[in-house]
Design a protein around this ligand. Structure first.
Ligand code: NDP
Length: 485
């Protein structure tokens, strides 16, 4: 059993109350992996103070020197890839193949942002005055609070922490209660890579108990969050009242639009992957397919054939296409949406828990498909975060785009077609941040900006070079000649 305390100021430190919470395996609830600190607001305050104390030294370190730390961390994580992927899969229920992919993404994020330490962080701007140099430079914010969800327990902490760190901020991470052990590998890796004490800190425990303490601490100058809309709205309120920067990545109700000229086999393969991999628990998962009426029947048959063939296994089984969903309340929530769907559409695949001894102790849900769903149905409007796909008929590309846009979210959308004009119209009119053509709604790349429109995001972008906008502030410098010559 793994026992982990908080990581504060370069040392392991138990919760001030000494209390801990268990971490269990969602594929088999009897399997206790370990325990972590059940922290209190005073633990958060200690972590923020440690990050504040470390800030000046880290911010003054040259970018290339910070880059060397991240670069070394990338090598260390790469050398531990299989061990970390196994932990992630067992702790969180992600199929082991995808857990390996996520760990490799962690390595790539560290490498990518190490490169940022060598790149320019400002512009030279022509001054209207003679003999005057004007330029911008980007400075870190200070201590950044990082609050992350359970669905990418390694990649999301890294895609927030890496840009924060490389631009000179220090970090206090509050990982999700459902997958803290994976995030607690990071202190070991950063310490071995030579990161100074206090630059990166981790405090575990309930978000409801710790969140306010982190967002409202006087030394916290920015908060980056991924998770539900309710919690995001709460963080936004607290952060804006303090006048600090905040960045929110939240829900999605991502659609795939399938036009009648599409390669239906390719579209079915990609839609199934987007909807069912990792049991649909990605914010970019495909949860609606809006299909031209002429091909709805044929497309439904192809989707059902593929969904029925998917292997549901314990997450660490190499054959797993779907593992469990993350916890009991998520399972209950997904199953309740399936019951709602039975009244709203025609159930053509799945529709409950899989049966059999292997599934009894885990939070498994069958890949489930409904067809003939109306665009205003609850299963076509609300984020389910499970392996549930709603097929919605549409007449033509304009109506399909209107249906796709008719939800509160705007994260990702796919269009399947060979018609360039239809694709151009869709790229212009679709209201999402991630626009995909003949590609999955999920599966975005780390070197490109990531984020959504409408209720999916707080109008900022993560990843790629776009991350510099959130994690730095701009100083404009003007230097005029003293005297004259
Ligand atoms: P939450 O928004 O509750 O959790 C995300 C993170 O916020 C966790 O670290 C959580 O801690 C923390 N948190 C919880 N309450 C507060 C608070 N009051 N102040 C600050 N931080 C807080 O999401 P859930 O994990 O409960 O998932 C619920 C739903 O959110 C999902 O069904 C899905 O719809 C959506 N979601 C979206 C994700 C995305 O990628 N966009 C990712 C995950 C969920 P703790 O875990 O300790 O509660």
């Amino acid at each position: 059993m793994i026992k982990r305390d908080n990581w504060i100021g370069g040392a392991w430190s138990p919760a001030s109350t000494g209390e801990t919470r268990e971490v269990r395996n969602p594929s088999d609830w009897d399997d206790v992996l370990g325990e972590v600190a059940a922290s209190t607001p005073s633990d958060v305050a200690r972590a923020v103070q440690a990050a504040h104390d470390a800030f000046k030294g880290w911010a003054r370190m040259p970018g290339p020197a910070r880059a060397r730390v991240l670069s070394k961390a990338a090598k260390i994580l790469a050398s531990r890839l299989e061990e970390v992927a196994q932990l992630l899969s067992r702790e969180q229920g992600k199929p082991i193949g995808e857990a390996r992919g996520e760990t490799q993404r962690g390595v790539d994020l560290l490498e990518y942002y190490a490169g940022e330490g060598w790149r320019s962080t400002g512009d030279v701007i022509p001054s209207a005055a003679p003999d005057t140099l004007m330029f911008t430079t980007r400075e870190p914010l200070g201590v950044v609070g990082v609050i992350t969800p359970w669905n990418f327990p390694l990649a999301i902490p890294l895609w927030k922490a890496c840009p924060a760190l490389i631009y000179g901020n220090t970090v206090v991470l509050k990982p999700a209660g459902d997958a803290p052990l994976t995030a607690l590998v990071l202190p070991e890796i950063f310490e071995e890579a030579g990161m100074p004490a206090g630059v990166f800190n981790v405090v575990t425990g309930s978000g409801a108990a710790l969140g306010d303490a982190l967002v409202t601490h006087e030394h916290v100058k920015g908060v980056t969050f991924t998770g539900s809309n309710n919690v995001g709205a709460h963080i936004a309120k607290l952060a804006s009242a303090r006048g600090i920067k905040y960045q929110l990545e939240m829900g999605g109700k991502n659609a795939a639009i399938v036009l009648k000229d599409a390669d239906l086999d390719q579209a079915a393969d990609i839609v199934i992957s987007g909807a069912m991999r990792f049991a649909g628990q990605k914010c970019t998962a495909t949860s609606r397919a809006i299909v031209e009426s002429e091909v709805l029947e044929a497309f439904t048959a192809k989707v059902v054939e593929r969904a029925e063939a998917l292997k549901i296994r314990h997450a660490t089984d190499d054959e797993a296409y779907l593992g469990p969903v993350v916890n009991r309340s998520q399972q209950e929530s997904v199953l309740s949406y399936i019951e709602i769907g039975k009244a709203e559409g025609q159930l053509v695949c799945g529709g409950g828990r899989p049966t059999g001894e292997a599934y009894e102790k885990g939070f498994f849900v069958q890949p489930t498909v409904f067809t003939g769903v109306r665009p205003d149905a609850r299963i076509a409007q609300e984020e389910i975060f499970g392996p549930v796909l709603a097929l919605i008929p549409a007449n033509g590309v304009e109506e399909a785009i209107e249906i796709a846009n008719g939800v509160q979210y705007g994260l990702s959308c796919s269009l399947f077609t060979k018609d360039l004009n239809a694709a151009l119209k869709y790229i212009r009119d679709i209201e999402v941040g991630m626009v995909r053509v003949n590609a999955e709604t999920a599966g975005v790349e780390l070197q490109a900006p990531f984020g959504g429109y409408k209720a999916s995001s707080s109008n900022s972008r993560e990843q790629g070079r776009a991350a510099i906008e959130f994690f730095t502030q701009i100083k404009t410098v003007t230097i005029a000649q003293a005297g004259g010559n």
